[in-house]
Write a protein that binds this ligand. Structure first.
Ligand code: ASP
Length: 328
């Protein structure tokens, strides 16, 4: 170090030491707030997050694995016949075919995803098999289906659920070839969780946008868009119009904002702000984000009112309304 730089450094240290007011101010700015979070903790999107969280919590107690928990949780939603946006009972694409997307990730960077997959009842488990049994991250379409067969996943008959058939028949009357997403109607399940030791995992599964073009894939199976998890920082997941979420790498953005010091709530709000700025027809777009940091603090924010999520901690599993960018 040059003599001059050494001198400047020493004199700065000296001035702090000998000016009590300045020292006090520095001490103040360096104070980091004590985290107020709680672990274990599981968050998931929408009303169906309640039964999903219950199943995830039970699995966490049973195996102690947060990865097992987030897989088991969303498997419940994948079978929920009332849900028209997750699983094989979901609304089909324009051709009347239901195709599914899913992703799973752990905080050490392991991840697996499937997209545009048909006939598989539990795409989340197929995504986990991609993560654990292949050298790849993502399998799509026929390749994903072939992998499912090879792994012994039973294939279901390709037939719309009675509810989806009714809706599809109604839609065909006008066949609006325009992927307008109803502000209130998104039901993807994204789940993120942290165990008592701070290990994180997340899962996300969907039948995607109703009446999408055949072959369309949303944010849910895109690592960094619909889901991102990093044990060093936290986790985030998304729901809503996938195109708007992919455009801003929503979940990765939130985790990186937390890495830079934002709280989960601040990070979700910033991501929504960015999404609003980058998407023109924002009145027709709903998107919502959930985040947790490694301390078990949480955040949630959406573009429009109506987004809710389920939060499970040791004292209970509750449904919470998210705040939004546009006010009711
Ligand atoms: N994010 C999903 C997608 O765009 C839709 C949803 O959240 O329901 O495929």
């Amino acid at each position: 170090m040059s003599q001059r730089r050494k001198f400047i450094k020493q004199s700065l240290v000296g001035s702090v030491l000998f000016l009590p007011g300045v020292a006090a101010a520095c001490a103040q700015t360096q104070t980091t707030p004590t985290p107020t979070g709680e672990k274990p903790l599981i968050l998931s999107t929408w009303n169906h997050g309640i039964p999903a969280n219950d199943a995830a919590w039970a699995k966490l107690n049973e195996t102690g694995s947060i990865l097992d928990a987030v897989e088991a949780g969303v498997r419940v939603t994948e079978l929920d016949l009332e849900n028209l946006s997750v699983g094989l009972q979901g609304l089909p694409d324009r051709e009347g075919i239901t195709t599914l997307d899913a992703s799973i990730m752990t905080g050490d960077g392991a991840c697996g995803t499937v997209a545009f997959v048909r006939q598989v009842k539990h795409p989340i488990s197929l995504a986990r098999a991609v993560m654990e049994k292949t050298p790849h991250v993502m399998l799509v379409g026929e390749g994903a289906r072939q992998f499912a067969i090879a792994e012994g996943f039973p294939l279901e008959e390709e037939k719309l659920s009675p509810k989806a058939q009714v809706e599809y028949d109604k839609w065909k009357v006008t066949s609006q070839y325009k992927p307008i997403i109803n502000i209130e109607n998104h039901d993807t399940i994204g789940m993120i969780g942290i165990d008592a030791n701070g290990k994180l995992a997340g899962s996300c599964t969907t039948s995607g946008l109703a009446y999408k073009m055949h072959g369309r894939v949303g944010d849910s199976p895109i690592i960094g868009a619909g889901l991102y998890v990093d044990d060093e920082v936290g986790a985030a997941t998304a729901t809503g119009l996938g195109e708007s979420i992919i455009r801003i790498c929503g979940s990765f953005l939130i985790v990186e904002l937390m890495r830079q010091g934002r709280t989960p709530q601040e990070a979700c709000e910033e991501a929504v702000k960015r999404l609003v700025a980058k998407n023109k027809n924002i009145k027709d777009i709903q998107a919502g984000f959930l985040a947790i940091n490694k301390y078990g603090e949480t955040g949630a924010f959406a573009v429009h009112p109506g987004f809710n999520f389920a939060k499970a901690i040791a004292s209970g599993n509750t449904l919470i309304d998210s705040n939004s960018h546009f006010k009711p």
